[in-house]
Ligand binder design. Structure first.
Ligand code: SAM
Ligand code: GLN
Length: 284
């Protein structure tokens, strides 16, 4: 038998080899919450509670996974996005805080405005589409992803949060797929793959070894691949007073903005909380 306090100490010690102390401790708090249903705020009052080997088995297995660079969110199958919990596995990108900022921007844009149709490109976990459907509560939301495995995850999350969303499987870059999506959208939003393959080498293991390539990478010779395709689609399919919201690679955000301007869009570029050019809004 071990007390919660002993479990906490020994597992954080193990994680100190890989994480800074604060991060190691928050991982352990999260695992304690997940496995023993003891929230961080209740840790102290439970620190003398004891757990036997059987109760500790899965907890210890998860510590080993995390030590093996597996992201905590995949280990426990849960990630947070704008105060909602999403099921995640290795078929989907772990939702990022930058993306929360993009979604808040789009929700603010929709307030006090008529919204009939919203399109998201690149569903992943479904975090963007779900947040828009539940946050805007107007109009239809459609989302498309090329990965069937990602769609399976998104459908689970959409059902869990009881959002009403049309989920399509398809390659957005294909002309016939875009023809099927033709409509007048008030919001077109995307966090598309945007990391040039050559940057893979410098990326941290927990991203490059675990997150899906199809969610992350674009060819070195065409880093704006998705942004260009979305721009041409938006020229025909954006409602008169609609807007496109895009998460960008900070290194290519200005190029992306110039591309949209060259097609006649008005644009605003916004920095994320870390001060990097990250989000583009474009409208006709
Ligand atoms: N929307 C989620 C988020 O923000 O957390 C996931 C974004 S992830 C960066 C990009 C998503 O685009 C992945 O789920 C990937 O499967 C999807 N994707 C990649 N290529 C695609 C394509 N050609 N057509 C449609 N979706 C694509
Ligand atoms: N923001 C993610 C990262 O830095 C990349 C997501 C994307 O390619 N859209 O790993």
């Amino acid at each position: 038998m071990l007390t919660l306090e002993e479990i906490f100490k020994s597992s954080s010690q193990q994680l100190f080899s890989l994480f800074d102390p604060d991060e190691a401790k928050s991982i352990v708090y999260e695992l304690i919450d997940h496995h023993f249903e003891i929230a961080r705020s209740n840790y102290l009052s439970n620190r003398k509670r004891t757990f036997d080997a059987a109760e500790l088995q899965q907890f210890n297995a998860d510590i080993l996974e995390v030590l093996n660079h597996k992201p905590l969110q995949y280990t426990i199958g849960k990630a947070w996005f704008l105060d909602r919990a999403y099921f995640v596995n290795e078929a989907v990108l772990i939702p990022r805080p930058e993306t929360e900022e993009l979604v808040v921007w789009a929700i603010d844009f929709a307030s006090g405005k008529e919204v009939n149709h919203i399109l998201e490109i690149g569903t992943g976990s479904g975090c963007i589409a779900t947040s828009l459907a539940l946050g805007i509560k107007k109009g239809s939301v459609t989302t498309i992803d090329v990965s069937e495995a990602a769609i399976a995850v998104a459908e689970k999350n959409i059902e869990r949060h009881q959002a009403k969303i049309k989920v399509l499987a398809g390659d957005f870059l294909l002309e016939d797929v875009q023809e099927k999506l033709a409509n007048k959208y008030d919001i077109i939003i995307s966090n598309p793959p945007y990391i040039p393959r050559s940057e893979e080498e410098g990326m941290s293991n927990h991203v490059k070894d675990w997150e899906p390539d199809i969610a992350l990478f674009v060819p070195d010779n065409d880093p704006l691949l998705f942004y260009k395709s979305i721009a041409h689609f938006a020229k025909d399919n954006l409602a008169g007073d609609g807007a496109v919201f895009l998460e960008c690679h900070y290194k290519y955000a200005v190029d992306t903005e110039l591309y949209y301007q060259s097609l006649g869009f008005n644009t605003v570029l916004k920095k994320d909380i870390s001060g990097n050019d990250r989000m583009l809004k474009a409208w006709k």
